[in-house]
Ligand binder design. Structure first.
Ligand code: CU
Ligand code: ZN
Length: 176
């Protein structure tokens, strides 16, 4: 190995070592799309969600902070508009295939039905999952639509939106 090659490989190794490469750090570098979520009026919840094309669908890596501990409904909503103080401007669940509300594993579900995220005792929800229904391509792409986090859990069955309560954070998905 030449000295130059050696230096190069040790630099690359150091970068991996420093990175430690959690899902979020990897996603921030390799994701295809991203949504930065801001709190709705009277809330503090905020964070970032990355979307990456993978063989089985779309990998969703995210971290949302300043939530109350516990489960929170987590969806893609139809309109890429978080401008209303309560994020009602984002409309209902993204549902290009005209299905009923369901869980991420339901055969029939809104494309935007990502179920729940879990906030720990410090109010932080970190997650990395693959969704086999969502797509970043074609007419039903989720790009340009909104990611919404709710105050309450999605019960995964109530129509039309899982009874997840108010919207605490919202962000529009953009190409990265
Ligand atoms: Cu929602
Ligand atoms: Zn739904």
């Amino acid at each position: 190995m030449t000295r130059k090659t050696y230096l190069l490989s040790s630099t690359v190794l150091t970068m991996f070592a420093l990175c430690g490469c959690t899902g979020m750090q990897r996603a921030s570098q390799t994701a295809d799309a991203v949504a930065v979520l801001s709190p709705t009026q009277g809330n503090d919840a905020h964070g970032t969600v990355y979307f990456t094309r993978v063989k089985d669908g779309v990998r969703i890596d995210g971290e949302i902070t300043s939530l109350k501990p516990g489960s929170h409904g987590f969806h893609i909503h139809e309109k890429g508009d978080c401008s209303a103080p309560d994020a009602s401007s984002a409309g209902g669940h993204y549902n290009p295939t005209k299905m009923p509300h369901g869980s991420p594993s339901s055969a029939q579900r809104h494309m935007g039905d990502f179920g729940n995220i879990e906030a720990n005792a410090s109010g932080v929800a970190k997650f990395s999952r693959i969704d086999q229904t969502a797509t970043l391509d074609g007419p039903n792409s989720i790009i340009g639509h909104a990611v919404v986090v709710h105050v309450d859990p999605d019960d995964l069955k109530s129509q039309p939106a899982g009874n997840a309560g108010k919207r605490v954070a919202c962000g529009v998905i953009g190409k990265k």
